[in-house]
Design a protein around this ligand. Structure first.
Ligand code: PNS
Length: 165
C-alpha cells in the first residue's frame, strides 16, 4: 500500500555511524522513489558508539542534499514499522555475496510476514569492504577513515573517541 501515488521506500539500519557506503545507497534510492525514509533501529540490547538521536542528526545532515529523504527511528519489527507508515519496499545495499545470504533470508521472511518487498542494490565497488564496525575499529586505533565517512561524521567520530580515551 502507498499513500496516494507516492512511491515510498525505507533504508533501515543501525547507522552507528553512517558511512559513505550508506549515503551512496540512500542517494541512489532517492532517485528511484518519491520519498525515502532512513529508519534507525532502536536496539537497547546492542551497545553503540552514538545514541539514536546522534545517529539521526548525522543522517539528517548528510542526506540534506536529497530533498526527498527523511530520517526516522523504529523499534521492533521492520515489517510493523513499514505497515504503520505505508512503506511497501525496503532498499538494501549488497556489498558482496556474503551479505546476500543473510539479507535474502530477511527479505524472504519479511515478505512472508506482511508482503513487504526488498530491492537489493549492489554497492559501489569503492565501498564493498566498508562497514560501520570497521570504521569504528580503524578510527579507535588511530587509522584514517577520512575517505570512508562524510566529513561531519568524521568530526563527531574523532570527538567521541577523544571523550572515551
Ligand atoms: O545496519 P544493520 O544493523 O545491518 O541493520 C539491520 C536491520 C536494522 C535492517 C535489521 O536487523 C532489521 O530490520 N531489524 C529490525 C527487526 C526485524 O524486523 N527483525 C526481523 C528481520 S526478518
Amino acid at each position: 500500500m502507498t499513500t496516494g501515488n507516492l512511491r515510498r521506500a525505507v533504508c533501515p539500519g543501525s547507522f552507528d555511524p553512517v558511512t559513505l557506503g550508506h549515503v551512496d545507497i540512500i542517494g541512489r534510492a532517492s532517485r528511484l522513489y518519491d520519498e525515502v525514509v532512513v529508519a534507525v533501529l532502536i536496539n537497547k540490547s546492542k551497545s553503540s558508539l552514538f545514541t539514536v538521536d546522534e545517529r539521526m542528526d548525522m543522517l539528517t545532515q548528510v542526506t540534506a542534499e536529497y530533498g526527498n529523504v527523511r530520517v526516522d527511528s523504529f523499534h521492533g519489527l521492520l515489517v510493523h514499522y513499514c505497515k504503520a507508515n505505508d512503506i511497501p519496499v525496503v532498499v538494501k545495499g549488497i556489498r558482496a555475496v556474503s551479505d546476500f545470504d543473510y539479507e535474502l533470508k530477511m527479505a524472504q521472511m519479511n515478505h512472508g510476514l506482511t508482503g513487504l518487498d526488498t530491492l537489493f542494490m549492489p554497492t559501489n565497488p569503492e565501498f564493498s569492504f566498508l562497514s560501520s564496525s570497521l570504521v569504528k575499529e580503524i578510527a579507535t586505533w588511530g587509522g584514517d577513515v577520512g575517505r570512508l565517512v562524510p566529513a561531519p561524521v568524521l568530526e563527531r567520530l574523532s570527538a567521541r573517541l577523544d571523550e572515551r580515551r
